[in-house]
Design a protein around this ligand. Structure first.
Ligand code: IPM
Ligand code: MG
Length: 351
């Protein structure tokens, strides 16, 4: 199979973990006789440094002509502490999501047996956790009208949703639920927000065509609590952009390993795959970051965008093998660990 993959390493640990994912993909190509070509593009703080634009046109074109996108991370501390910065790396990420029509961010959360001890939650609480979050990615307060009053004494971010925006991700969530345990939990704040009441209206209406799928309605504050108290009650969580951002960070630590979780952003033609851990600037350049989430994102890319399930399985098996043999980075085992690139070599050996 001939495929072109756009690689956007981005900021912080993005380049290190993405390099491992690319190495693993090359190994897979060699073993399974595929021809993957990789072309790198700039996004984020590094793109601002080099071009002044966090999502340059060249990168957009690269993404549009690719068969799939592998993305690292975005963000730099020099912008986090400067609210007056005129251009911010995160704008590049939002522009990219919007321009590529990536309206659904899919984040699966499941426990790895060998990592059960690493969760901050009790083993009996995390046993059997297996859910997936469908976060809306191109609407809500991230993209609504925002600004300052003329005297700059007040500010606003508007949360807006259309029925169509809600419906298209609802379809994806129900489709996923029909292949899983047949339960969708819509997370919102319908006791306060009008947009949430629109979500309920659209999702409840859509659900009437799927009598075999249970629809549960839950307020976001309650969901934040339930994720810790009883995470195994969830199957598919469907939610808007900001709630999804917050809950997926919470969800990511349930399994004890933020460094293990991949995600896919889908919508229009080309999909984007990224680890959910972000840029982790404190670890940048130290060769200590956990590359597994990026590698598992690459596996998801092969499966979802290229329909290469055997190949995806080979990567997943290599990840399991490393975990079982303790060939892991410092975040997983601070006493006995390998570097980022050494884990990459081990993964390739197993493949
Ligand atoms: C994420 C990140 C981004 C978001 C930031 C970096 C803008 O937190 O992908 O979850 O809020 O969507
Ligand atoms: Mg986030």
């Amino acid at each position: 199979m001939n495929k072109q993959i756009a690689v956007l390493p981005g900021d912080g640990i993005g380049p290190e973990v993405t390099a491992v994912a690319v190495k693993v993909l090359k190994k897979v190509a060699e073993k399974f006789n595929h021809n993957f070509t990789f072309e790198e593009g700039l996004v984020g703080a590094i793109a601002i440094d080099e071009t002044g634009n966090p999502f340059p046109d060249e990168t957009l074109q690269l993404c549009q002509s690719a068969d799939a996108i592998l993305f690292g991370a975005i963000g730099h501390p020099k912008y986090d502490n400067d609210p007056s910065a005129p251009v911010r790396p995160e704008q590049g990420l939002l522009a990219m999501r919007k321009a590529l029509g990536l309206y659904a961010n899919i984040r699966p959360v499941a426990t790895f047996k060998s990592l059960a001890g690493a969760s901050p939650l009790k083993p009996e609480i995390i046993a059997g956790v297996d859910f997936v979050v469908f976060r809306e990615l191109t609407g809500g307060s991230y993209f609504g009208k925002k600004g300052r009053s003329e005297d700059r004494e007040s500010a606003y971010d508007t949360c807006t949703y259309t029925k169509d925006e809600i419906l298209r991700i609802t379809k994806l969530a129900f489709e996923a639920a029909s292949k899983r345990r047949k339960k969708v939990t819509l997370v919102d704040k319908a006791n306060v927000m009008e947009t949430s009441r629109l979500w309920r209206e659209v999702v409840q209406q859509y659900a009437t065509d799927f009598p075999d799928i249970e629809l549960e309605l839950m307020f976001v504050d309650n969901a934040a609590m339930a994720l810790i108290q009883n995470p195994s009650r969830f199957d598919v969580i469907l939610t808007e952009n900001m709630f999804g951002d917050i809950l997926t960070d919470e969800a990511s630590v349930i399994t004890g390993s933020l460094g293990m979780l991949p995600s896919a952003s889908v919508g229009s033609k080309v999909a984007l795959y990224e680890p959910i851990h972000g840029s982790y600037p404190q670890a940048a350049g130290l060769n200590i970051a956990n590359p597994m989430a990026a590698v598992l994102s690459a596996a998801t890319l092969l499966e979802t965008s290229f329909d290469l399930w055997e190949e995806g399985k080979a990567i997943r098996a290599a990840v399991e093998a490393c975990l079982d043999k303790g060939l892991v980075t410092k975040d997983i085992n601070p006493q006995d660990y390998l570097s980022t690139s050494e884990v990459g070599e081990q993964l390739c050996n197993f493949i």
